[in-house]
Write a new protein. Structure first.
Length: 216
């Protein structure tokens, strides 16, 4: 009986009658004795994502990890840009939101950084970077809803790879949103994090532009 991963031997007098066995979670019954070779079901193998150690959340004193994010530049060309190319040797704000076009993000969090951008620049901030777990085309469309914006770059972390590198992923599967980012705001000077305001749950209390202004 090829293909079942077992050796077979015909039933002869004195042997036990046929009996069922459990092989890779499926019950088979044979009219002969069997000597099964045990082998591991694929369902028992660890998922590489589950086996990956969860990154500790980034905090004060940490170095901003590098990563590639999607961005439509001033000429409306899609680019892959590295965080280090934008932040090395500069004072930057990196803030993250759970999703483009969501109410709190669209009506409070993002507008706060847009309206306060000039004040933040006056305090020495050279880049204001927004990252969200959305594709670049969604981020481009979202950016167009803020025609007054001159300083905030809308960066796309489509696969959440950079969000995971920050240790700030948020599982919103039960709400139909999949893996997203926690709401946060980081201030970094030459890649070193000096302020890390990370929200819990869906709150918006410490990650706004006003809180970063107070820290400058």
């Amino acid at each position: 009986m090829p293909g079942f991963g077992v050796h077979t031997r015909r039933h002869t007098q004195g042997h036990q009658p046929a009996r069922p066995i459990n092989c890779a979670s499926t019950i088979y019954s044979f009219p002969f004795d069997i000597v099964p070779h045990c082998f591991l079901s694929l369902s028992t193998l660890p998922n590489p994502e589950q086996a990956r150690a969860t990154m500790a959340p980034i905090g004060v004193g940490s170095t901003l990890p590098d990563g590639q994010l999607g961005w439509f530049d001033e000429n409306d060309q899609l680019q892959q840009v590295s965080i280090h190319s934008l932040a090395a040797g500069k004072k930057v704000i990196l803030f993250g939101v759970p999703g483009a076009f969501t109410p709190t993000c669209s009506n409070q969090h993002v507008p706060g950084f847009i309206t306060q951008a000039e004040d933040l620049k006056a305090k020495g901030v050279e880049e204001i970077l927004l990252v969200s777990v959305n594709d670049p085309f969604v981020m481009k469309a979202w950016a167009k809803t803020y025609p007054e914006n001159k300083h905030v770059k809308f960066l796309a972390d489509g696969a959440a790879a950079y969000t995971k590198a920050l240790g700030l992923e948020l599982d919103l599967t039960e709400k139909g949103l999949g893996l997203r980012s926690k709401r946060f705001a980081l201030l970094a000077d030459d890649l070193k994090v000096t302020v890390a305001n990370i929200e819990e749950g869906g709150q918006f209390t410490i990650s706004g532009a006003e809180e970063i202004l107070k820290a400058l």
